[in-house]
Design a protein around this ligand. Sequence first.
Ligand code: KG4
Length: 334
Amino acid sequence: MLTLGIESSCDDTAAAILKDNGTLLSSVLSSQDETHSPFGGVVPELASRQHLKAIVPMVQTALYRAEVTLADIDLISVTQGPGLIGSLLVGFSYAKALASVRNIPLVGVDHMAGHILAALLEEEKPSFPYIALVVSGGSSSIYLAQNTQTFTLLGRTRDDAAGEAFDKVAKLLNLGYPGGPRVSKEASTGRRSAIRFPRAWLEENSLDFSFSGLKTAVLNHCHKEKQNNSSLAVSDICASFQEAVVEVLMTKTLMAADIHGINTIVLGGGVSSNPRLREAMTEACAISGKKLFTPSPEYCTDNGAMIALAGYFQFQTAGPMPPEQDVYSRSRLT
Ligand code: KG4
């Protein structure tokens, strides 16, 4: 069975062809980083317009690289939400039209399900149940994944997402966009313990996150340094900020695993490509005897392959999507 996966929830237009639930025949992506870079963040209208330009070439390239045609496709899986409505509508409407004209079954999947399942694209696959930490530009959530279809939200951010905090700190330090990779590059030469930024643990045993206070602490630190005419040690700020984010993400994920008696942890979302987060999680899992699965960086960030995989599983149990479905901005995984 061949599934065409289409992703356009934010600022990447991606498509992939997946054979059954395991063999990826192609996975292509058109990034909008250059478009949004001058603004230091994603401009929704520009994102929608870029998707319009890229959607047809991306699907055609995915088919070409997989050496198949639309006539070979058995299922189309497209991101239905969460995300920017204008961006989602481009991929979703295109997928609907393609499915209707070609008489191909269509499923709309939750983008978060894609991130939770992305580790299954790798050769060494986690087995269920597992705890998934999904950290991206729009969300920071911990899920209990019982199987390919059943996900329970255990904790989420109450304000900024982890990726959003990285992006905002990068903007503050004039590091450019996208911020995450730039902050992490600077951090690699800085001292993690140079500045003690706050960690928001929230209530005892809470699995929720909060990163807005940390972002403000970085801002206050920069103001104070300027007032004192001290030169800002950008790499130290980045390393100390990153450490505060990583410590909270790691501690709460391990806590979720302990609370629910789960031995397997999976990472997903753009921030999970952060080398320090991966290193800290690897060390902590080794110490506590847990198995850690981290998708390769191209499956951490937005991609069409995870959408194809999530759609494949969804179709097996729920069949095609009713035609009157629409996109949505907030995840339906609760
Ligand atoms: O999953 P993703 O590609 O898109 C969303 O669904 O949001 O995640 C993008 C986010 C951005 O905020 C980006 O700055 C962050 O992931 N990111 C990183 C790193 N690479 C990407 N954050 C920290 N360290 C990185 N190496």
